[in-house]
Ligand binder design. Structure first.
Ligand code: MLT
Length: 402
């Protein structure tokens, strides 16, 4: 008899965005003429930038010829991309991160989910509530008990900044700019977390997938801007929302040589060596053409082109914010982030407001409660639609709430 990993039975029956996709498919099936606009899952709508497409075409052409063909690449990524990231995202900003501390992957979702492989199931974890569901689900799949996971609520009362944990966790997940609330931490606020982690020997798993949307100068784009973070933080980045790679798949994880864990004798072990071991065993790298496409966003043209697209989405966020606030809604986020966290009107539940917007406005949002209990009474909207669809959706919501 085959025994399953019954930790999977401790999860909600399906992943949040699969649930929503099914509800939307049912609605479209029943209403084939409805012009449904999606502001649910954070999927981008603008095409790849020319620099990436040109680089990929060139790379594909190389794959056609024996003398330029590429087979297996290094599991941790090609040196050309790791160096471009180190130079542009870190060294150019005065941050001490080396190319060999960067691991290329197929996106931050995989890495934030897979990182649990290198920690004991007995480690204590702290997560915000609401939270990106991957962090919680992957810990449950790995056998972590519910009682060893502390939820740190973020809400209006604390300005969406979690209070320091009570349980002295070994691992703290932070995502800023935040998914789902769209809120940010200042340099000063993030420094308090780094100090906490250093003092308590905790590890911060810092998800910076949305850093490209930061426009304010006092908001850190990397946790390594904070002194001491090299000793206590792993950072996850993604090209999905930075350069439209949601369908192409590429991201990276930074594991500094200074971050350590302890074996059962209490001896220090570099997390870098464990992650390298994990990746070389279970991962064969992002494809060569995709890594060339990612490298191209660090060229002068690439930088300029992706900046335009990010600006486009930030304009959407501003349009949505203004219009929802005008309709009397309370809105958070949407300034240094592509996400808006919107309080439901008249005390509606998240799912009731989701259904109302789907059925009466043909607009898809994400129910806040899907990200955790503290998300009840909110929905999340994304700024990733086209300008046209964003304006139409904003108008439909305003009309509905009149
Ligand atoms: C989201 O909508 O929260 C994100 O798109 C999910 C992801 O990046 O995996």
């Amino acid at each position: 008899m085959l025994t399953i990993n019954d930790n999977f039975l401790r999860l909600a029956p399906s992943y949040l965005f699969s649930d929503i996709a099914r509800k939307v498919a049912d609605y479209r099936g029943a209403n084939p003429d409805a012009q449904v606009i999606s502001m649910g899952i954070g999927d981008v709508s603008r095409p790849l930038c020319d620099a990436s497409v040109d680089a990929m075409l060139k790379a594909v052409e190389e794959m056609r010829h024996a003398h330029t063909f590429h087979g297996y690449g290094p599991e941790q990524g090609y040196a050309f991309l790791r160096q471009a990231i180190a130079d542009n995202d870190y060294t150019a900003r005065g941050i001490d991160i080396n190319a060999d501390e960067i691991f290329i992957s197929d996106g931050a979702k995989s890495d934030t989910g897979n990182i649990v492989d290198i920690f004991a199931a007995t480690t204590k974890v702290a997560l915000t509530d609401p939270v990106y569901p991957v962090y919680f689900d992957s810990n449950i799949m790995a056998g972590r008990s519910r009682s060893s996971i502390e939820f740190m609520p973020v809400n209006e009362a604390n300005g969406f900044i979690p209070d320091m944990p009570l349980s002295e966790p070994d691992i703290i997940y932070l995502c800023y700019p935040n998914n789902p609330t769209g809120t940010v931490l200042t340099r000063h606020q993030l420094a308090a977390w780094v100090d906490y982690a250093l003092e308590h020997k905790s590890l911060i798993l810092f998800d910076a997938a949305y850093e490209a949307y930061i426009t304010s100068s006092d908001i850190p784009r990397s946790i390594y801007e904070i002194p001491g973070a090299r000793k206590c933080a792993i950072e996850f980045r993604s090209f999905s929302k930075t350069a439209g790679f949601t369908g192409l798949r590429c991201g990276f994880t930074v594991v500094p040589h200074d971050v350590v864990g302890y074996d059962h004798h209490g001896d220090k072990v570099q997390l870098h060596s464990l992650w390298l071991r994990r990746q070389t065993t279970k991962f064969n790298g992002a494809s060569y053409p995709v890594q060339r496409a990612a490298e191209a966003i660090y060229t002068p043209e690439g930088k300029q082109q992706i900046r335009q697209t990010i600006h486009y989405y930030l304009e959407n966020a501003a349009t949505l914010r203004l219009s929802l606030i005008d309709s009397g809604l309370t809105v958070y986020g949407g300034t240094d982030s592509p996400y808006l966290w919107v309080k439901t009107p008249k005390g509606l539940s998240s799912w009731d407001f989701f259904e109302l917007l789907l059925h009466q406005a043909d607009v898809v949002v994400t129910p806040g409660v899907g990200f955790g209990n503290a998300g009840e009474g909110y929905v999340r909207l994304t700024a990733f639609a086209s300008h046209e669809n964003t304006a139409i959706a904003a108008r439909r919501i305003t009309d509905l709430l009149k």
